[in-house]
Design a protein around this ligand. Structure first.
Ligand code: MTE
Length: 357
């Protein structure tokens, strides 16, 4: 894929589904565009900036249609840093328990960028959002064969989130034009919610009483019970991201030299929760040491953490768990979380390393 690092781990070439190798994410608060993971359910649409239009419709008093120029002229610009994280991130931890369908995401279907755009809320208010609105549907033209019959991509968020200060219609990523693979000319960014709600190439914003009836809201991106079956309305719709943390360095299965080992990774708490502590264990969770947290975390980004461990010669397993501002922590094992679609693996992050003797 043009504009992406050659060492991206590509799960599918078309549509493009890829994540960076873990060491590339490590230590960088903002992920360069060339390393940012990408999740696509259908072919990336080729939309000329000048042709792009946004329709605002449904439960609004003044339905609107605006192009990018009018959007930029009429509404206040805002830039925020936000982490996107796919609900399928760390799926391989679940498929190791029992097979699940979908891309075999490792630890890096998550990345952080600064996003520039206008508030979705300002646009909805200008359109005269009506009181009976419960959800705001965000629709795009990319056709996905995941649904049967194939459907264009649509998703929705509750109206309170749609009106929140942090939810953007964004045209820039890390100060550059938003590339097509990340939703250019304009995408929605819903900080703190699973990536699936940050609809790329958005063309319609529809105020509705109920959530979107589309496949990606009503059927996919829902947490089924272990014996559940995919069906419209089944399971828990996924919105705010569950607390998660993982180890990015050293690599799982690697050999490290004797002496202190630098261990680092990310921790992320969705919606309005913050990561407040990260613990690392080398004895399967009997004892823990606290890792240092970077202080760059805005309210909508991950926190990078690091520690230095002196490991004995031979094999060691390193585990990590985060705590959030509600004093919640992560479940220990993926077996406790297994679900048929392989979503929300937020069990302790683990790597096994060998210290050269
Ligand atoms: N929007 C559209 N139109 N089509 C898609 O396939 N994928 C969603 C979301 N928005 C998707 C979409 C999912 S599941 C994720 S995790 C994020 O986009 C990924 O955004 P990225 O490719 O910019 O990393």
């Amino acid at each position: 894929m043009r504009g992406k690092r050659p060492d991206m781990v590509v799960h599918q070439a078309a549509p493009y589904n890829a994540e960076p190798p873990p060491h590339v994410l490590a230590g960088q608060h903002l992920t360069p565009v060339e390393a940012f993971y990408s999740r696509n359910h259908g072919p990336v649409p080729d939309i000329e900036t000048g042709d792009w239009r946004l329709q605002v419709q449904g439960l609004v008093d003044h339905p609107m249609e605006v192009g990018l120029g009018a959007l930029q002229d009429r509404f206040e610009h805002r830039t925020i840093e936000a982490t996107l994280q796919c609900a399928g991130n760390r799926r391989t931890g679940l498929s190791a328990v029992r097979a699940v369908p979908g891309e075999p995401w490792g630890s890096c279907a998550t990345s952080t960028a600064s996003w520039t755009g206008v508030r979705l809320g300002d646009v909805l208010r200008a359109a005269g959002l009506q009181g009976g609105t419960g959800h705001v549907e965000l629709s795009a033209p990319d056709l996905s064969a995941h649904a049967e019959p194939p459907q264009t991509y649509a998703s929705s968020i509750p109206v309170a989130k749609a009106l929140a200060d942090e939810v953007l219609l964004a045209w820039a990523m890390n100060g550059q034009h938003l590339p097509a693979v990340h939703g250019g000319p304009v995408r929605v960014v819903v900080p703190g919610y699973i990536g699936a709600r940050s609809v790329k190439w958005v063309q319609q914003v529809t105020a509705r009483r109920d959530p979107s009836p589309g496949y990606f809201q009503a059927t996919a991106y829902r947490l089924l019970p272990p014996d559940g079956e995919l069906a419209p309305g089944a399971g828990i719709p996924l919105g705010p991201i569950a607390l998660n943390a993982d180890i990015l360095v050293p690599a799982d299965g690697s050999t490290v030299p004797a002496g202190p080992t630098e261990v680092s990774g990310f921790a992320f708490a969705g919606d309005d929760r913050d990561v407040v502590r990260v613990d690392v264990s080398v004895d399967g969770g009997r004892t823990w040491v606290q890792a240092g947290l970077d202080d760059r975390g805005g309210p909508w980004t991950w926190r990078l953490w690091r520690t230095r461990l002196v490991l004995p010669p031979g094999r060691s397993q390193i585990s990590v768990r985060a705590w959030d501002s509600t004093a919640a922590t992560q479940p220990e094992r993926p077996e406790q979380l297994w679900n048929p679609q392989g979503y929300v693996n937020n069990s302790w992050g683990r790597v096994t390393v060998t210290v050269a003797g």
